[in-house]
Design a protein around this ligand. Sequence first.
Ligand SMILES: *[C@@H]1O[C@H](CO)[C@@H](O)[C@H](O)[C@H]1NC(C)=O
Ligand SMILES: *[C@@H]1O[C@H](CO)[C@@H](O)[C@H](O)[C@H]1NC(C)=O
Length: 268
Amino acid sequence: MRWTPLTSLALLAPAEALLRFGCSQLVVERLDPLVNPGMNPSAHLHQIIGGNSFNTTMDPEKDMPASSTCTTCQFSEDFSNYWTAVLFFRARNGSFHRVPQRGNAGFEGSDGGMTVYYMADGLADYEQKSKVVAFKKGFRMLIGDAMARSKEEVNRFRQLTYTCLKTFGTRFPETQYLPKEPCAEGIMANIRFPTCWDGKNLDSPDHMSHMSYPASGTFESEGPCPATHPVRTPQLMYETIWDTRPFNDPNEWPEDGSQPFVWSMGDT
Ligand SMILES: *[C@@H]1O[C@H](CO)[C@@H](O)[C@H](O)[C@H]1NC(C)=O
Ligand SMILES: *[C@@H]1O[C@H](CO)[C@@H](O)[C@H](O)[C@H]1NC(C)=O
């Protein structure tokens, strides 16, 4: 997939359906009201963006976003919360250092956070004419598994990928594993959520099974939704640029040639 510089997107498609916006950090905290409601601290550290009603517990019945008075997202109407694990660098002496974030293309002035996309079609399709059904109030979902460590497990989440930013504009290739070499401008994490909804449930016990990837292909290739999850939703995607530039000294990388970055849930 080749991406055109995104700053030109608004000029190309002023009235179309693609939303791309920056959200700066709300908080970096061990809280996870979806997976560990009421638990403080939660199992691992997260970076959280969005509405300021974010809390240890967020009862879907209570419509917490409605009690937000501001948001870290560029669109002041968006009181959703979005969060991901946080990346650490493990130095040769065993010490861990939290990797800072940097602003994405078009948001260079920000000190990180995430770029959020809601797409009706593949990103390279500027027309964005496909029909998708909007997420309903109270909708929640999760992608990924904090315990996944093998290639087989990772393949369940085939659209969680990384880009090694050789230059600030590098957008491919994407890999399902963290880059094995130092990346001059940082590592971009690309988190694409499933896009087929069961049409009924706002959430599910594992926070994933009410959603599915397309039965074949991808959202971008207009792959069909499976019969169990027939409703096509927008493609929600997050991009985060982890600023690994301070950690690119080969003398600090593991002597066995492995890569030194590790997610807050312990996943390398
Ligand atoms: C956030 O959670 C704390 C602790 O459970 C509670 O005291 C507080 O009222 C909550 N805030 C909101 C806005 O719900
Ligand atoms: C371990 O290595 C890191 C990275 O070089 C350095 O900042 C830190 O001071 C070192 N800690 C000790 C105890 O040597």
